[in-house]
Every structure is written in structure tokens, then in C-alpha cells.
Design a protein. Structure first.
Length: 447
């Protein structure tokens, strides 16, 4: 505890890091306050009654939006249109030569790609906003009292407000990345997810207290901690490949001749396979509402049951398939082998060039298989938690997209703070927190 307090004090003493943390907290506070600002013309109390018991795709989006989706907030669509636009631009970068060229142009190309992403975000939000209004905000209640004015002017202005809200959230994310502790978009998603955790835990606690199952609640908490530990191992797991660099002598100085390592992640695809698989698994739920045949409706219903065998079996298979697909897209063994050869590096016992690319590809294939199985298990754990009697909202934190995003963003944020401390010659978060070669006193730092 003493070391932790000392580390916090050292964080406060680093002026740049202190300013970045304060800026991040301020922007996050603005985002959370905005998520409670309801759209004009909406009766929030009647809207809550109308949307009670909602789930499926709307429930998943509401988790990412921190409850803004169900509250009809000005930030209802949140950052998800920007995520969709980023994925589309990324896929275009693999198929269209123009975007491939932009990716290789450095900072200027990155600025152009960001600009295209913003324009695409506006277009996607403009398409999603009318659908959100029609599906999530009913025009009237059974008593005839209006929840929203059903006029063209109101719909138009609401669409504009939703687009503006999404762009403002995107701006907050970019400012956190630029002036905060980094990874603003991921941090906003994490804040939206973690904002629902206290309410979900309180609901689970209340249900266990009423049933007299406090021991069961303790077991649930212990199991949740074990799942978090497993997720950390999945996110942090790497296979290090040794790389030897040839010696070069220039004048009286020697360059190279050192051994380094290429860290190949066990889960190089991150959370993207679960997101893609989840999007596909919502198709049967959507099609079931349009099916006329009873047999077809029954088949679609079997694939729409969150706790059913066929839903989870198909979901796990899709996670495994998308893990291999996204790993093949994000990791390019040929490019890695070429860059290694260009810099005078080689893997001991492997010839440079094609053989090196084949070796890296074989290693990636071997470590991706257990990684994909583990990812599929994490993806379907919320269903098992729900079947065990845990309420659906709290069960979402036992795995799936929510848990992996939480673990990944928290670890990345800690690494950002660690790097700032190490640059100022501190030991970092995981050690003593002291300044290397110096001692700290109550009045400040002395040599």
C-alpha cells in the first residue's frame, strides 16, 4: 500500500502526466454528463417504461453507449458509427490501391484517412439515426400522451442532433488521444461499459439478498475474478521469436550484432472476431420477425436463443473462423520477413526471405489455434453465466466483447502511464515507484 501511495505521488509530481490525467477525467466527465441529456421532445419516464425489457442488439449497443441508447440521449448512437466507419476504411485499405497508398504516406496519409473516416461517420450516423428514432422511440403511449412529436421537423432536427452528438463524442475521443493519456476512442467505449457495472452488480446483489444466496454471490465474484485473470493472459500472451542482427562496423563504432525478439500475440485479432461474429448472429433474430413459415421460424428461433446450444455453438465457430481471418489480415509474414532482411536481421537457423516468412506463418498458425479456442470460450461465457442464474446484464461482464474491451483498455492505459513514468526515470507502476538514483522526501525530490 505504501508503494502504491508513493507511485500516485510520483504521478502527481510529473506535471505533463498530471495534466494529461486531469484533461482525460474532464473530457470523460463531459461525455458522461452528455449521456444523460435527453433529446428534445422526449418524455424519459414514459420512454423507460416503453423500452423496459429490451435486449438483443439494442441491449448490446446500450452497453457500449453507457445507457445513452435506451435513454434517447443526444449521445444515443455514441461512438459506434465511428467504429463502423473505421472498419470500412480499414477494409478498403486492403482492397483499393488508393487507400493502400495513403497508408504508406505517413502523417499526411494518416490525416487524409482520418478525414475520410469522419465523412463516412457522418453518412453512417445519418442512416442510423432515422432507424433509431423509428425503432427505439415510440410515437405515443397507450394513454395517448406523446413521447415524441411525430412531425417531419422534429425528426429532421433530431437526426441533426444525433449526428452532432456522435461527432462531438468522436472529437472527445480524439482530444483524449492527443492531449490525454491516449486511446480516446477505446477509453470512451470502456467508460460506457464500466458505467453499467455498478447497476448490474447492485441488481445481482439485491436478488441474492432476497433469495438468501450470499455464498452464491461470493462464488460469482471469485469466478468473475478468475475469468478476468484468464482474459488478461489471453490479451498479454505472446510468443517471442529471436532475431539476430548482423554486425556492421562504421569507423570506430560497431552497429548491430544484438539479439532482439518479435512478440507474436496469441490473440493478434483482439476483440474484432467477437464483434464480427456477434453482428452475424443478430441476423437470425432479425429474419425471424419476417419469416412466414412455421418451420423456418422455428429454425431461426433456435439460432436466436442466447442460452441455446445452436446459438452458442455457431457463435463459437464464427469466433474461431474470424480469428484466423483477422489474424491473416493484420499480420503479414512476408512484409515482416522483408523488413527484417532489409535491416540485416535473421532468425537463427532460418534462411532470410521466403523461408523466414514461412516460419513466421507456421508459428502464427500454431499459436492462433489455442488463442481462437480460448477467445471462443470467453465469447460464450456470458451464456453459461446466464444459465447459472446470474441476471443477464451482470452476466455480460463474465466474458464476450465487454470483458475483453475492459481488460484490453485498462492494460493499455496502465502501459501509457508506465511509459510516462519511465521517461522521467521512475521505476513505474509495477515496481517501487521511486526515482532511479534518487530519494524522495516529503517536500519533493532531492538528489
Amino acid at each position: 500500500m505504501k508503494r502504491f501511495i508513493e507511485t500516485l505521488r510520483n504521478i502527481y509530481q510529473v506535471e505533463e502526466l498530471r495534466n494529461r490525467i486531469i484533461t482525460t477525467l474532464g473530457l470523460v466527465l463531459i461525455y458522461r454528463l452528455g449521456s444523460y441529456v435527453v433529446l428534445p421532445g422526449i418524455d424519459s419516464a414514459r420512454l423507460a417504461d416503453a423500452n423496459s425489457g429490451g435486449g438483443g442488439l439494442a441491449g448490446l449497443i446500450d452497453i457500449f453507449a453507457g445507457g445513452a441508447f435506451s435513454r434517447a440521449s443526444i449521445f444515443a448512437l455514441g461512438i459506434m458509427p465511428y467504429i463502423s466507419a473505421s472498419i470500412v476504411i480499414q477494409l478498403l485499405g486492403m482492397a483499393i490501391p488508393y487507400f493502400q497508398k495513403l497508408q504508406k504516406e505517413g502523417e499526411s496519409g494518416r490525416r487524409k484517412i482520418n478525414q475520410y473516416t469522419r465523412f463516412l461517420t457522418i453518412a453512417i450516423t445519418a442512416m442510423q439515426a432515422p432507424g433509431y428514432i423509428a425503432s427505439q422511440i415510440p410515437a405515443y403511449t397507450s394513454s395517448g400522451l406523446a413521447i415524441r412529436p411525430d412531425t417531419f421537423f422534429w425528426i429532421f432536427t433530431t437526426v441533426v442532433i444525433l449526428i452532432t452528438g456522435t461527432m462531438f463524442v468522436m472529437w472527445i475521443g480524439e482530444r483524449i488521444t492527443e492531449r490525454g493519456i491516449g486511446n480516446g476512442i477505446s477509453l470512451i467505449i470502456m467508460i460506457g461499459i464500466i458505467a453499467r457495472l455498478p447497476f448490474a452488480f447492485v441488481a445481482e446483489f439485491a436478488s441474492r439478498v432476497s433469495d438468501g444466496g450470499m455464498v452464491i454471490l461470493l462464488v460469482e465474484i471469485i469466478f468473475l475474478l478468475l475469468v478476468i485473470i484468464m482474459s488478461i493472459l489471453l490479451v498479454q500472451g505472446t510468443r517471442r521469436i529471436p532475431v539476430q542482427f548482423a554486425k556492421r562496423i562504421v569507423g570506430n563504432k560497431q552497429y548491430g550484432g544484438v539479439r532482439q525478439y518479435i512478440p507474436l500475440k496469441v490473440n493478434a485479432a483482439g476483440v474484432m472476431p467477437i464483434i464480427f461474429a456477434q453482428a452475424i448472429m443478430f441476423l437470425p433474430i432479425t429474419l425471424a420477425g419476417f419469416a412466414d413459415s412455421e418451420s423456418l421460424t422455428g429454425i431461426l428461433a433456435a439460432f436466436s436463443d442466447f442460452t441455446g446450444f445452436w446459438y452458442n455453438f455457431t457463435f463459437a465457430l464464427l469466433c474461431i473462423a474470424f480469428t484466423y481471418f483477422y489474424t491473416a489480415v493484420s499480420v503479414n509474414p512476408n512484409q515482416m520477413a522483408e523488413e527484417m532482411k532489409r535491416n540485416g536481421g535473421f532468425i537463427p537457423g532460418v534462411k532470410p526471405g521466403k523461408k523466414t516468412a514461412e516460419f513466421i506463418d507456421a508459428v502464427m498458425s500454431r499459436i492462433t489455434f489455442p488463442g481462437s479456442l480460448f477467445l471462443a470460450l470467453v465469447a460464450i461465457l456470458p451464456a453459461f453465466a446466464s444459465m447459472a442464474g446470474i441476471n443477464n446484464e451482470f452476466a455480460q461482464f463474465y466474458g464476450g466483447t465487454s470483458l475483453l474491451i475492459l481488460v484490453g483498455v485498462v492494460l493499455d492505459t496502465l502501459q501509457q502511464i508506465e511509459s510516462h513514468l519511465l521517461m522521467r526515470h521512475y521505476d513505474g507502476l509495477m515496481k517501487t515507484g521511486r526515482i532511479k538514483g534518487r530519494t524522495t522526501t516529503g517536500m519533493g525530490v532531492t538528489a
